[in-house]
Design a protein around this ligand. Structure first.
Ligand code: BG6
Length: 504
């Protein structure tokens, strides 16, 4: 039996047309939170909390009705950094030109719903918002960059959370379908690749950011039931959006998107195998519904056992069945470990998930376990499960960068992270997996989702801005910029050459 898992090829296995690029989201980069008729979003009330351990995600992410009300009484942009972002709204031409200089074939962005429908429930869209994104997509196309567009990336209109209880309310299905339809009609021919919901599985980790659900407004309800109801509405809305897209633009493709929280058993104790199998199955629940077009039986069983009653309207199951996703996209940052002896083990907490520390892996400064082999494993496992094209639409290392006296930034740690992860993709392709593309997260530094920090940087391009909102907003190419440019230029071949492709 061949027990080798090594990759022996010297040539790049990446197919022609592989979509190399990067990813950002409107709420973390655009700023201009009140410009162009935009309404406030759930991201605009997310407060920077200095002094809190950045690994303490409940302290960072929990939100109350009172905090939301306080946030809306102030125009302060420093306490609420997503209001200023990195000013992509005014600098997108410069930024897209830099991405083009790196050779990007693809750029993942999001459309902030509240730029198109400021409150979310208007009859008519806001032309200023529509034309802003049209200009962004046209600029990308002028540079030969394919847009990959997310419709819902942690930035729903605040009004829909305050007045409708977020995605718990069935009305959001139709409101979202209208928003999606307007986008598909306007950007037909400009945008070919779409994603409905970013990290749809994150709803249990942060119900407010993902679905506009404020826990204190459901004090007398079963919050788990509320969340399952909300995610059911998102599933139906995603299927309806897919239907609309195919009717309006038959050439376009719709992806679903999950956070792939790959979980290993601590060891070969069968009990640990069962535990990690359960965690992985729970993670796959979201893509299972969107790819297979039906709920897995174990969820109904779980609801029965826990007295959870989720309302399905007539026709919902048919909608899910008829309009599944065309491709499967996911973010991958880290892996987790389950153990029946977890209480006696050292823990790590990253990306709002806690698990047993894996002794074979390094951990980022923010506690995320770095696991390139896990990406290969995740790709093979997902492809075996779905047999649909896969797209890695987020991956990267959040790290502090130091600016040298001459203004340069030597982010060798980031190059090392990317080299190992992109090689893992090559290995998975060699294992027979169909991969459409790779868009690294935060290809230019943006405000962090979980901590609202600027100092947690992912980019190939440095933005001169600190956690207190001070800085010039100037952009600087990091060492990784030149490294990634070479990877793209050689379609991945530089990863396998002796110098590893990190020449300037
Ligand atoms: C993903 C999100 O979960 O992780 C992004 O889709 C986010 O929006 C990214 O920025 C990295 O997380 P963070 O908290 O380090 O910004």
């Amino acid at each position: 039996m061949d027990t080798s898992i090594a990759f022996h090829h010297l040539e790049s296995p990446f197919p022609e047309g592989f979509l190399w690029g990067g990813a950002i989201a409107g709420n973390q980069c655009e700023g201009a939170w009140r410009e162009g008729g935009k309404g406030p979003t759930v991201a605009d009330v997310s407060r920077y909390k200095p002094g809190i351990d950045p690994r303490d995600y409940s302290a960072q992410h929990g939100i109350t009705s009172e905090e939301i009300a306080q946030a809306m009484q102030t125009d302060d942009e420093l306490m609420y950094p997503k209001r200023h972002g990195i000013d992509f709204y005014h600098r997108y031409r410069e930024d897209i030109a830099l991405f083009a200089e790196m050779g990007f074939k693809c750029l993942r962005v999001s459309i902030q719903w509240a730029r198109i429908f400021p409150m979310g429930d208007e009859e008519e869209p806001n032309e200023a918002g529509l034309s802003f994104y049209e200009n962004v997509f046209r600029t990308m196309r002028e540079h030969g960059i394919e847009p990959l567009v997310t419709l819902h990336h942690y930035e729903m209109p605040l009004y829909l959370s305050n007045h409708y209880q977020g995605w718990y309310d069935r009305c959001l299905v139709d409101l979202f379908a209208r928003f999606a339809r307007v986008c598909f009609e306007r950007y037909k021919g400009l945008v070919k690749y779409w994603i409905t919901f970013n990290e749809i599985d994150s709803i249990f980790r942060h119900p407010y950011v993902t679905a506009g659900i404020v826990p204190d407004r459901f004090a007398d309800a079963n919050l788990e039931e509320v969340i399952y109801q909300a995610v059911h509405h998102q599933f139906v809305a995603a299927a309806l959006a897919t239907k609309e897209l195919h009717e309006i633009d038959p050439d376009a493709l719709m992806g679903c998107m999950i956070t792939r929280t790959l979980t290993y058993p601590e060891n070969c104790n069968p009990k640990n195998m069962l535990l990690s199998q359960r965690s992985n199955r729970e993670n796959y629940f979201y893509s299972d519904v969107q790819v297979r077009g039906a709920y897995p039986a174990f969820i109904f069983d779980y609801w029965d056992k826990h007295g959870i009653d989720v309302r399905f309207e007539q026709g919902d199951e048919e909608i899910l069945r008829c309009y599944p996703a065309d491709f499967v996209s996911f973010s991958y940052y880290m892996s987790l470990v389950d153990s029946v002896d977890a209480d006696d083990r050292e823990k790590v907490c990253g990306n709002l998930a806690t698990g047993v520390k894996n002794p074979y892996l390094d951990v980022s400064e923010w506690g995320w376990q770095i696991d390139p082999d896990g990406l290969r494993y995740a790709l093979v496992d997902m492809y075996d499960r779905y047999q649909k094209p896969l797209f890695i639409v987020e991956n990267g290392l959040g790290a502090r960068d130091v600016v040298n006296h001459d203004g340069s930034i030597d982010d060798d740690y980031r190059i090392d992270y990317f080299r190992r992860h992109i090689r893992a993709i090559a290995e998975a392709i060699d294992d027979g997996v169909e991969v459409m593309g790779y868009t690294s997260w935060g290809c230019i530094d943006v405000v962090s989702t979980s901590t609202n920090q600027m100092s947690k940087r992912y980019g190939f391009i440095y933005v001169d801005l600190d956690d207190d909102g001070k800085g010039t907003y100037d952009r600087t190419r990091k060492k990784s910029f030149y490294w990634y440019r070479k990877v793209i230029e050689t379609n991945g071949a530089s990863l396998f050459s002796e110098d590893g492709g990190d020449e300037r």
